[in-house]
Design a protein around this ligand. Sequence first.
Ligand SMILES: Nc1ncnc2c1ncn2[C@@H]1O[C@H](COP(=O)(O)OP(=O)(O)OP(=O)(O)O)[C@@H](O)[C@H]1O
Ligand SMILES: [Mg+2]
Length: 250
Amino acid sequence: MIEIQKLHKSFGSQIVLNDLNLSIPKGKITVIIGRSGEGKSVFIKHLMGLIRPDSGKVIIDGTSLFDLNQYQLNDIRKRFGMLFQYAALFDSMTVYENIAFPIKEHTNKSLKEVTNDVHELIDLVGLSKITLPKFPSELSGGMRKRVGLARAIALKPEILLYDEPTTGLDPVMTDVVNHLILNTQKTLGITSVVISHDIQATYDIADKIAMLHEGKILLEGDTQTFKNTKNIVVKNFLNGNASPEQLKEI
Ligand SMILES: Nc1ncnc2c1ncn2[C@@H]1O[C@H](COP(=O)(O)OP(=O)(O)OP(=O)(O)O)[C@@H](O)[C@H]1O
Ligand SMILES: [Mg+2]
C-alpha cells in the first residue's frame, strides 16, 4: 500500500533519514520501533507529506506523494488519519467540536448528521456522551488519546498513523488503547502505522515490525523475526540494555 524508497532527510548537517526503504502492507498493522531521537516522528510525518524529503519517494497506491501539487496533496491527505505524539487537540474547542472539526471541514453534512457521526465515534473509542461538552484541559491523558483517535478516524481513513499512542498512560489504559488500535484496524480494515516504545505492545499488535536505526531500517519482519534475531543492536534495544558507549558517557 505504501512504498518508501530511498527516503533522505537532513536538518542542517544532521542526517536523520539516510536512504530509508520500507514497504507497508495494506490492511495490516506495521509498528516502527527505535531509540528516542532516531527519527521515527520525522519518518511518519513524511508518509502524509507533512515533511518534504531532500530526496526519495513515498508511493501510495502507485501515486508518488511528492510529485503532487498542493491541491492533489490535500486530496490524498483525506485518506489519512493521524494521532500525533501529544494528542494535539484544539484546546479552545470542546470534545464535540474537536471531533466534529474534520467532518465539518471536509464534508457537506448537516449539523444533525455531524452530531450523529460524533456520537458514533465516541462510542467506538469507548467514551461517554458526558465528555462531549468538556475541554481538553478537563480530561485525563487517556481520555485525550481517545478523543484524538476519534478525530483521527472521523473521515473513515484508509490509513491511520499513530505516533506513540500509549506513552504516558498507565498499564491498563495502555492495554485499552492497544485494543482500540486492533479493533479499529479490524472493524474498519485500516492500514495502520504505529510508532511505539513499548516492546510487549508491539508484539501484541504488530503484523510487521521495522526498527529504525541510524537513518535506515535495521531489521524488519514479524514478531518471531525480532524474538529470534541475533543482531546485537536490535537485541540490546529489545532488552532495554544500554550499549558500552552509552554507559561510558555517564
Ligand atoms: N523540524 C526540525 N528541525 C530540526 N531538527 C529536527 C526537526 N524535527 C526533528 N528534528 C531532529 O530530528 C531527530 C529525530 O527526531 P524525531 O522527533 O523524529 O525522533 P523520534 O525518533 O520520534 O524520538 P522520540 O522517540 O523521542 O519521539 C532529532 O535529533 C530532532 O532533533
Ligand atoms: Mg517521536
